[in-house]
Design a binder for this molecule. Structure first.
Ligand code: PRP
Ligand code: MN
Ligand code: MG
Length: 180
């Protein structure tokens, strides 16, 4: 285990099992559809590739880059659109894939954007849901784990751009972000 991690919340195996379940649920619901899968950079890269490969449906893959934590432990309160998707989503079923829904600001921003562009339907799949962090009312349709109110990293989630490549999700030792 990485030395900066206090404890592992979800192991590599548990995450794999969750991704399999999410893929099956999504497959059931999108049988006769070809959704545009919108993966939210950078955190959602890992869950996107893992869930997508468990989905037995035709899809198109798109990436949107939005950021609001700027590498820190708290939301700046402002969602910044860094790179937009290039696909036209008008009249399309859209599935957003996220690593975590915390305050809900990022998700709300993207859902509003897609609705403005007349997406036919918008649903959300997230590995982690932190309901205690919610500032804006948004709900994910497919959730891997409900996560406690702690700052977590790994499997896409970062602190200052680091720890994304840990194969598990863990609680970062507070001294790491209190010292620096
Ligand atoms: C993180 C995370 C989600 C979002 C969730 O992204 O990956 O996208 O914040 O938080 P919220 O519900 O409070 O909006 P971040 O802004 O850190 O960008 P990153 O994915 O590039 O790390
Ligand atoms: Mn993100
Ligand atoms: Mg981040």
């Amino acid at each position: 285990m990485n030395n900066d991690i206090e404890r592992i919340l979800y192991s590599q195996e548990e995450i794999a099992t969750a991704c399999e379940r999410l893929g099956k649920e999504i497959t059931n619901d999108y049988q006769d559809k070809t959704p545009v899968v919108v993966s939210v950079l950078s955190g959602a890269v890992f869950i996107t590739t893992d869930v997508l490969r468990q989905m037995d449906v035709y899809t198109q893959l798109a990436f949107i880059d939005v950021s609001s934590y700027n590498g820190g432990t708290a939301s700046s309160g402002k969602v910044r659109l860094v790179t937009d998707i290039t696909q036209d989503v008008a009249d399309r079923d859209v599935l957003i894939i996220e690593d975590i829904v915390d305050t809900g600001r990022t998700l709300k921003y993207i859902i509003d954007l897609l609705k403005q562009r007349h997406a036919k339907s918008v649903r959300v799949c997230t590995l982690l849901d932190k309901p205690t962090g919610r500032v804006l009312e948004v709900k994910a349709d497919y959730v891997g784990f409900e996560v406690p109110d702690e700052f977590v990293v790994g499997y896409g989630l970062d602190y200052k751009g680091e720890y994304r490549n840990l194969p598990y999700v863990g609680v970062l030792k507070p001294k790491i972000y209190l010292d620096k």
